[in-house]
Design a protein around this ligand. Sequence first.
Ligand code: GDP
Length: 308
Amino acid sequence: MSWIQRLQDGLAKTRQTVQSSLRRMVGAQLDPAVIEDVEASLLQADVGIRTVQRFLDEVNSKTGPFQASTPFEILRTLLLDILRKGETEPLEEIIRRGPKPFVFLTIGINGVGKTTTIAKLGHRFSQHGLKTLFVAGDTFRAAAIEQLDIWGKRTGVDVIKHKQGSDPAAVVFDGIVAAKARKMDVVLIDTAGRLHTKVNLMDELKKMKRIIEREMPGAPHETLLVLDGTLGQNTIAQARQFHESLGVTGLALTKLDGTARGGVVVAIVEELNLPIRLIGVGEKEEDLQDFNASAFVDALLPQDTPPL
Ligand code: GDP
């Protein structure tokens, strides 16, 4: 299956939500009930109030009955315009241009997909010939250490780990020292993600960041925040808190396959002004993809699917 197909499959639920509402506009005079209906569906897909308002303003400026394709075209143009601002170049290119080792600090609350994302990235970077090291900085969960270990063995990536319950800052220290000594290209650091409302998590992450900076000035080169797409608008408040405390430089948005609220990508780009480095549309390795605005819009509102 091609990556475009994976993306389309992943976004199927969100696509249904968005398309069914648009279909109701076709041929209709724009009475308030139809508009309300569309507004509700777009909000349900979590594209965010600002984008919904822009869409409705555009629609309202048209007169007469709609062509079948008009609402699709209006929304496609609007979404492309917004989502292009979230695009970046592939991570491998950023790494190749950057210092060695290029250090990723990966953060986010429990269960969002941090460890999985790191594992998939390690696999991908290795395939691109980049010498990669995992650092098992989530010392809170034995399962996270084990998971990285298993992935490390499977993909030939070395893992720096300590026992469960040990000081994560100490693992990070060892990780950076090892990466420099072994002349690694990339270091992927996992972290714990107990609830972000607990001040001690932010303090712990800040401490890890300080150690990294001390051992390698200029690092971490990417502070990657992993967000769970199924959480919809809640991810935005979460991202703001992480950003305030730790200075996020890029986002990975996972689980877009398990949700009808994939429109949240639009709200995230609108509200946060941070690049989307990766999106997750499934659990397989190939399901972690670079974010491409036009592919995303095509998957959400395919041009060749005429409305009913
Ligand atoms: P962590 O606590 O943030 O490290 O989260 P994990 O990496 O342990 O992932 C939590 C769960 O989410 C696991 O069951 C993963 O397989 C799953 N997961 C991660 N990314 C995706 C994705 O893009 N799609 C789906 N469907 N599941 C995912």
